[in-house]
Design a protein around this ligand. Structure first.
Ligand code: NI
Length: 203
């Protein structure tokens, strides 16, 4: 009576192996066994980018290497979510004192059409002296926001006013390491004390 049991186990194992070979990655491409762990599961966040900072200078991801990056994505016309978040981030960095010196706060616009370097320059300095604003050409910024950093952002036209719009966007914070690698994300920041406590573990 052992034979059918063994046969069942062997067939089950073969079935499992075939299933493993057929696991697909997020883009629907078959991934060879052994490379699956890198692509299945958590989507990759971060990578090379080339943008323009709030002084008008072209900067790449490499210009930020050597320090950690605390990134927030939003737009300067945002009525409350973005200003509130940037205030919390700035206050949390101040609370952390010298241990935050190794962190560069970065605000990436999701609205490159309106957020010129000049406008960003005015905006960032009202929050924190070290806050860097990033913008650039529309298509490039959109690709960096959506493809490189996987941030949800969507233009929403105002039906009442011709040409007027707002941006629907995710409110989360990324911590990247000294080599630009993703470390952790924090949900919408609610208080400087809470964010400082969370950040302390990673500094
Ligand atoms: Ni906003």
């Amino acid at each position: 009576m052992r034979t059918p049991v063994i046969l069942f186990v062997v067939l089950g194992a073969i079935g499992g192996m075939i299933t493993a070979l057929l696991i697909m990655n997020a883009r629907g491409v078959f991934v060879p066994p052994g490379q699956q762990q890198q692509t299945v599961g958590q989507a990759k966040i971060g990578g090379p980018f080339s943008l323009v900072d709030h002084t008008g200078k072209r900067v790449t991801d490499k210009d930020f290497h050597g320090k950690k990056m605390l990134m927030y994505f939003g737009f300067t016309h945002c009525p409350d979510i973005c200003p509130g978040s940037l205030q919390v981030i700035s206050a949390a960095l101040d609370k952390l004192g010298p241990s935050a010196d190794n962190v560069t706060p970065v605000f990436v616009t999701v609205d490159p059409e309106r957020d010129t370097p000049e406008r960003l320059g005015q905006y960032v300095k009202s929050f924190h002296p070290r806050l860097i604003g990033l913008t650039g050409k529309k298509d490039n910024v959109n690709s960096v926001v959506k493809d490189t950093f996987r941030i949800y952002a969507k233009k929403v036209e105002d039906p009442e006013q011709d040409g007027a719009y707002t941006m629907d966007h995710a409110s989360i914070i990324y911590l990247m390491d000294e080599n630009g690698k993703f470390v952790h994300y924090f949900g919408h920041p609610t208080s400087a004390d809470k964010l400082a406590d969370q950040l302390r573990r990673y500094l």
